[in-house]
Design a protein around this ligand. Sequence first.
Ligand SMILES: [Zn+2]
Length: 327
Amino acid sequence: MRSLNILIYFLILTISGFSQIEHKKVKAKKGDGIYTLLKRYNKDSPQMHTAFINLNKNNLGENNFLIAGKEYLLPNTKQINNSRNFAIFGEKYASVETKGQDLKGAVFYIVAGHGGPDPGAQGKRDGYTLSEDEYAYDISLRLARELISHGATAYMITRDEDDGIRDQAYLPNDKEETVWKNQKIPYGSNKKLRQRARAVNKLYKSNKGKYQRMMVIHIDSRYKNQRVDIFGYYSSKSTKGKKFTSNLINTVEKKYKKHQPNRGFSGVAKSRDNLYMIKYTDPVTSFLELGNIQNSEDQIRFIKYQNRQAIAEWLTAGCIVDFKANK
Ligand SMILES: [Zn+2]
C-alpha cells in the first residue's frame, strides 16, 4: 500500500513537472525595483520585465513596487521564447503566452461599441458612473488577448493606447479612443459607424481567403429595465453568421451550466438586419449584447474583472468550436 502511494506521488510529480514551466523563487531586498532584481540574476531585458510583472501580478505593490522580504518568481528563458508583446494590453498584460494553436490561421476583428465622444449607455452604482464603452473595451481586449494566445490574429478596431486591460471594478470614462489606425472618432452616430465599418472592410480585403470573423461588443441591450443574458445577432442573409453566433451563444450557455448549474440561461442567437455593423460590413459578423449596464444585477457581470475575463474566455472557446467546424 505504502509503495503504491509513493508511486502515485511520484507520477503526480512527474506529470506536473512536464506540464509546468519551472520558476526560480527569489526574495526581494529592501530598495529593490524590478530591474535591480532582474539584473542580479542577469535577466534585465524589457521582455523579462514584462514577463516578471505578468508572473507576479498578484504580489506587487502599487505602481509595481516590490515588497522587501517577499518571494517572487523569476521568468525563465523558455517562457520568454513562447510569448509575444502587445503594448495595447497595457504593461501588466502586454506579454501574451502561447497556450495553443487551435486558432492558427483565423483572423478576428473586435469592435468594442461606442468610444471617443460617445460613452454609450451609462449606469450608476455606488456613486460611480459605469460607461458602456469602457467595459465593452476591457472585455474586448481580454477577448483579443485570449484569441492571440490560441494562435489567432486579432485586430482591435476601436482602441485606446492609454488603457490596457484593467482589473479595477470602476473604469473611469475617457474620450481618448481611436479607430484603427489612429483615426479620431467623429461625432454623429452614422459617421462613427461608417468609419469603423470602412476600417474593417479594408482589412478584410487584405486578408482575403482566410477564415475571418468580426465580433461587435455592446452592453446596452434593447430591454432597458430588464436583466438580460448574452444575446448574439447575425445577418439573416448569412448562414455562416448564424452558425458563428450560435456557436458563441451555445458555448456560453454550456459554460454557465457547468459553473453555475442552478442559474439558468436565457441568451439566444437571433437574426437582425437593421444594425449598421451587420448591414455594411464584409466579414461574417456576430453582434453581441453582453447585458444591460443599467441593470444592477447585470452590473455584477461587468464590475468584477474575473467576470469580464470569463466572458472573454468563453467567447474564445466558442470561436474555437466555430473555427474547427469550418476547417
Ligand atoms: Zn452600445
